[in-house]
Design a protein around this ligand. Structure first.
Ligand code: NAD
Ligand code: GLY
Length: 370
């Protein structure tokens, strides 16, 4: 079991959670200035060879601090160009080449320093090198801190679609230095808040209430509120991953709003809508579709929209959205089985569910109504 943020082990204001996966269990540390606290996270490195993978935006800000913590080890760093378009097999091959140059052994460790793009790519390189070596997640976006760094989904994109090649490969530890958010652009920060709202929406009504109370503090990046939101999000995700690592059931609920969201991201062209922005619009669509189908109170969809608006997130479909085109894109979602659409809907705040049999007509009607 993961420990509660309020009651779990606290060491000088560092919160420690646990992703409970038996012999592969690992800690999530959350605190300020953790990058400088190498004595803590170096324990997770077992061998002598370490490759740090980052990008051209994050490396100038934080790479030196990480490298300083690795003194005495055989270390190398790889700084990739910034952007989702570089989450490719070719860039992953660069990371594997860097491991080869380092003469990395099977006890090597890859450190992912950056947002979800770097985390997914570096984690996949670690999964591939010598059939799998250790990796450490040091996430520096809010989205990566509350979602992508936890749970072991790694991978890269293909021209045919996002995240089509990948592996489940759990990190050895997740090091969340909340101080790194100070340099994160406002829009990226708000986009990450959408994933925070998701945890309340899908499974924790009390957390949703807390988010409503703390919305202004979160929008203003109050450090205590942000740290608490990260800890509660990680606690939720750690629990889901411990119970359903390979997404045979409950883990699919984490995709609330994502089937609509991914379709929107693709339809609008990557980069137009950030992931969290598309997910926010998608969550509202999923909530309203649930009400259309008589599964959930309409008032809960309104509460969700109000909270997201207070956090500076969009909730309406972009003008000119093509409902038919969006529906076709939804059929490409990885959650679908045997060509049938499986949607994550809800019974109301805190109660998401998998619904395999929503008709195209109902979805189209909702997409046309916005
Ligand atoms: P990102 O990694 O592209 O980061 C967003 C931007 O912020 C980039 O320009 C990055 O360089 C910059 N940045 C990162 N940290 C910064 C900092 N501290 N200060 C200043 N700038 C900083 O995007 P993201 O939103 O973090 O992640 C999106 C990716 O995550 C997608 O590829 C998505 O598929 C993946 N993802 C994976 C999972 C999973 O479970 N593995 C879950 C959700 C999303
Ligand atoms: N972000 C969804 C998952 O990790 O399953």
């Amino acid at each position: 079991m993961a420990s509660r943020p309020g009651t779990g082990r606290r060491m000088s204001a560092v919160r420690e959670l646990d992703v409970a996966l038996g012999a592969r269990s690992y800690p999530i540390w959350i605190g300020r200035n953790l990058l400088q606290d190498a004595a803590r996270w170096r324990r997770a490195i077992r061998g002598r060879h370490v490759l740090v993978v980052s990008n051209t935006t994050v490396a100038p800000l934080y790479l030196d601090a990480v490298l300083a913590g690795l003194s005495g080890l055989q270390q190398a760093s790889l700084v990739l160009p910034d952007g989702e378009q570089h989450k490719t097999l070719d860039r992953c091959a660069e990371a594997l080449g860097a491991l080869a140059t380092l003469k990395a052994n099977r006890d090597a460790c890859v450190i992912a320093l950056g947002g979800g793009v770097i985390g997914d790519l570096a984690g996949f390189a670690a999964a591939c090198w010598m059939r799998g070596v250790d990796f450490l997640q040091i996430p520096t976006t809010l989205l990566a801190q509350v979602d992508s760094s936890v749970g072991g989904k790694t991978g890269v994109n293909l021209p045919a679609g996002k995240n089509l090649v990948g592996a489940f490969h759990q990190p050895r530890a997740v090091v969340i230095d909340t101080g790194t958010l100070a340099t994160l652009p406002e829009r990226e920060y708000r986009s990450g808040l959408a994933e925070v709202v998701k945890y309340g929406a899908i499974g924790d009504a009390e957390f949703f209430d807390w988010l409503e109370r703390e919305a202004d503090a979160l929008a203003a990046r109050d450090s205590d509120a942000v740290a608490e939101a990260i800890a509660r999000s990680c606690l939720h995700k750690a629990g889901v991953v411990a119970r359903d690592e390979r997404e045979d059931g409950e883990r699919a609920l984490l995709n609330f709003g994502h089937t609509f969201g991914h379709a929107l991201e693709t339809a609008s062209g990557y980069g137009q809508l950030l992931h969290g922005e598309a997910v926010a619009i998608g969550m509202r669509l999923a909530a309203r579709l649930s009400s259309d189908l008589g599964r959930a109170p309409a008032a809960d969809a309104d509460r969700l929209a109000t909270l997201m608006q207070r956090l500076g997130l969009p909730v309406d479909l972009p003008a000119g959205s093509d409902a038919d085109a969006l529906l076709q894109l939804m059929y490409l979602d990885k959650k679908n089985l045997s060509g049938c659409l499986r949607l994550i809907l809800w019974r109301g705040i805190g109660a998401a569910e998998i619904v395999p049999d929503v008709t195209d007509a109902a979805i189209l009607q909702r997409l046309r109504s916005g």
